[in-house]
Design a protein around this ligand. Structure first.
Ligand code: EPZ
Length: 420
């Protein structure tokens, strides 16, 4: 397993371009299953999760030419609607094939994803919604076994605004007979992007981005050609990296309209964030100011930015209260940051982050995707050499992070096989 070595203490300067959004590309790749034709995706990030999804589509009988930023999903050879345990446990988002397979082929056998580091992450809302659409669902030997003649439109009321739950049910409803409503739907930009693609395919989806999405199902759906939107979480991660290390940078392709909550908190922390042509200029010179943060579903402060923003608050002037309301165990970065000199007390779902004068380099271990990004940012700040182990977590969601940080003047290198 690889590690990343960072020699910190340098201010950042330069420009970097944001890649395509992982959490938009994953459901859109699964949406190709709704049509028999050949679909083309552009601006796809070069990430492990994209490779995993391509492998899954292959397993299901859909050949894929995966050369990011271009990915082509070909017409099916023979469909084998089973998503195996080894692929689903590698990437929970594999559950997104369930809705399309049941809707298109009337059957699916998908491994239950199981929990992960940040929480138990059940999929009960996905299954309840598919049953409301007319599917028969059974759990057998750790697999979801689903079948349906033809799905029928229904009123789907979610207990919480689950992102992939909303996406799974949108895709299933797109081939159901009649109209469906998803009430208490997720409002994330990636849901809006999926709706754009489903409409390109011939479904009639309206209300995406609001709490109620209406879907008129179609008898069949056409293949599509689509360029993926920029990744708002990758963009936010680099904004925080510049703010933490200090300096100034131009980030190109930042979807500012999708980052209002984060940008408001960065500005409150005395970080300069200014639209600049096709990008955003981020700068920080003086002492950061502590600001309280509570994560919540979009358009609130993104849970996927909590770990990164916490590093910023480690350097601020007072104490910041950071509450994580979306996942039950998303503070694994805290003990690792503590080993770098951070002063953080966790009480339940709230971390009290007391600003310190600086961080000190250490060997640390990544535990999940966004926690690994926060440890890299901490390494940029800490004087000396930080080694972040198990960066396969990072490779799932950040394209060429070492190169992009290098372009901003950071001293970051990948150590092959360097993990402890
Ligand atoms: C998506 O995960 C993202 N992944 C996550 O990004 C992101 O953190 C999360 O949404 C929240 O924004 C993708 O889009 C591929 P949820 P998802 O269902 O859909 C509970 C990253 O770092 N819940 O919105 O799995 C669940 O336990 C990843 O890129 C149920 O109880 O998240 C959680 O507490 C990490 N039952 C809450 O809802 C269900 O059936 C929100 O989860 C579904 C969810």
């Amino acid at each position: 397993m690889d590690a990343i070595r960072i020699v910190g203490g340098r201010r950042l300067a330069g420009r970097v371009r944001v890649s395509g959004a992982k959490n938009a590309a994953l459901p859109i790749l699964c949406a190709t299953l709704l049509s028999e034709g050949e679909s083309h995706l552009r601006n796809v990030p070069r990430l492990q999760d994209i490779e995993t999804t391509a492998a899954l589509l292959h397993t299901l009988g859909r050949p894929v030419d995966c050369k990011p930023p271009e990915v082509t999903v070909f017409a099916p050879t023979t469909i084998h609607p089973e998503a195996p345990y080894d692929l689903v446990t590698k990437m929970r988002a594999s559950v997104l094939v369930l809705g399309p397979l049941v809707a298109r082929y009337g059957r699916a056998r998908v491994s239950l994803p199981g929990g992960c580091q940040i929480g138990t992450r059940p999929i009960d809302q996905h299954l309840k919604g598919l049953e409301a659409l007319g599917a028969t669902i059974a759990i057998e030997h750790g697999y979801v076994v689903a079948s349906a003649k033809r799905l029928r439109g229904a009123e789907l009321v979610l207990d919480m605004a689950t992102v992939t739950g909303t996406e799974n049910l949108m895709m299933a409803a797109a081939l159901a007979q009649g109209r469906s409503h998803i009430v208490n739907a997720a409002r994330e930009p990636e849901v809006v992007e999926l709706a754009r693609v489903l409409n390109k395919m011939g479904a009639k989806v309206s209300g995406a981005g609001t709490g109620v999405i209406q879907i008129e199902g179609a008898a069949e759906l056409a293949p599509f050609d689509h360029a993926i939107v920029s990744d708002r979480i990758e963009a936010g991660t680099y904004m925080v990296a510049v703010a933490a290390a200090g300096g100034e940078a131009l980030l190109e392709g930042v979807p500012v309209e999708d980052l209002e909550a984060l940008i408001a908190k960065l500005r409150a922390a005395r970080v300069v964030v200014e639209p600049d042509g096709t990008g955003v200029r981020v700068a920080r010179d003086g002492r950061l100011h502590s600001v309280d943060v509570t994560t919540s579903p979009h358009p609130g402060f993104p849970t996927d930015m909590q770990a990164q923003f916490m590093v910023l608050m480690c350097l601020a002037d007072k104490t910041a209260r950071m509450s994580e309301t979306v996942f039950e165990n998303r503070f694994m970065h805290v003990p690792e940051l503590g080993r770098m000199g951070a002063d953080i007390e966790v009480s339940g779902h709230t971390a009290f982050v007391k600003g310190v004068s600086g961080l000190s380099a250490a060997n640390v271990m990544a535990t999940d995707l966004r926690a690994s990004a926060s440890l890299v940012i901490a390494g940029l700040v800490a004087e000396g050499e930080t080694l972040v182990s198990r960066v396969y977590h990072l490779d799932r969601g950040y394209e060429a992070m070492e190169e992009k940080l290098g372009a901003l003047g950071a001293n970051v290198v990948r150590v092959r096989g360097g993990s402890v």
